[in-house]
Design a protein around this ligand. Structure first.
Ligand SMILES: *Cc1c(COP(=O)(O)O)cnc(C)c1O
Length: 227
């Protein structure tokens, strides 16, 4: 086993242990949590190692980089049942291209993205990113506009699956994730299939799982430090 493969295997095992411990503390089942390996900035060779280690969900945050990795993985392992998650802020002029390869888009935060994302005619699962810090500069719709955007997503031909949030840079991640959970519960009343909550990164996954996260997005803790 190469050193890198061994490192990734250990990191994955540690991440699953953290998820299990957080689930146990929250009286939840680890079956309810999907681990997304955030592979931005890391080479395709790492994705292939992770696929070999059983990872099926990959998160990318840039169109060109993600698109290239999608193509390379498809050629290398055409039968791998990989799900591609787009998790970054979306520039309007990139949305149509993202719609050509992403399976799940976590960062739908305005109406103008919907038609271009749906243009390629693929079944795209959409999460609405909600701003949890009152600073729309980091992406995310204002909570007050969530219900309206949810209707537009559904009318626009994307499959609405839930919400996504990023903890504020400063402040308490737990209360932010609890707010996200409450917004999710309100959304599910009108949209019974929109049960996913994408929340939690390497530094705060325990808080996210305690507050109901169904998808955690782990970069550093699986792949190492990007810098
Ligand atoms: C980079 C990124 C992550 C992963 O962050 P880590 O701290 O490396 O786990 C998760 N979510 C989003 C939106 C990201 O951009």
């Amino acid at each position: 086993m190469s050193l890198r493969r061994q490192e990734l295997a250990e990191n994955l095992r540690d991440a699953h242990r953290r998820i299990e411990a957080a689930c146990s503390a929250a009286h939840r089942s680890p079956d309810q949590i999907t681990l997304i390996a955030v592979t931005k900035t890391w080479p395709v060779s790492d994705l292939l190692r992770l696929i070999d280690l059983g990872v099926r969900d990959f998160g990318e945050s840039r169109e060109q980089e993600g698109h290239a990795k999608f193509s390379d993985v498809q050629s290398a392992v055409p039968d791998a049942p990989v799900l591609w998650h787009f998790i970054g802020q979306i520039q309007s002029n990139k949305a149509a291209r993202i719609g050509e390869w992403a399976d799940v888009v976590h960062s739908v935060d305005r109406e103008g993205l919907i038609t271009p994302l749906a243009r390629a005619g693929r079944d795209i699962q959409a999460l609405i990113q909600i701003s949890l810090d009152g600073d729309s500069g980091r992406g995310g719709v204002d909570p007050a506009d969530l219900a309206a955007l949810a209707r537009q997503v559904t009318d626009g031909g994307l499959m609405l699956r839930g919400v996504m949030g990023v903890a504020p840079l400063h402040g308490d991640p737990r209360s932010a994730f609890e707010r996200l959970h409450a917004l999710s519960e309100a959304l599910v009343i009108e949209n019974p299939n929109a049960t996913w909550i994408s929340a939690g990164m390497s530094g705060d996954l325990e808080h996210a799982i305690a507050a109901g996260a169904t998808h955690v997005r782990l970069g550093t803790s699986i792949l190492g430090s990007r810098y």
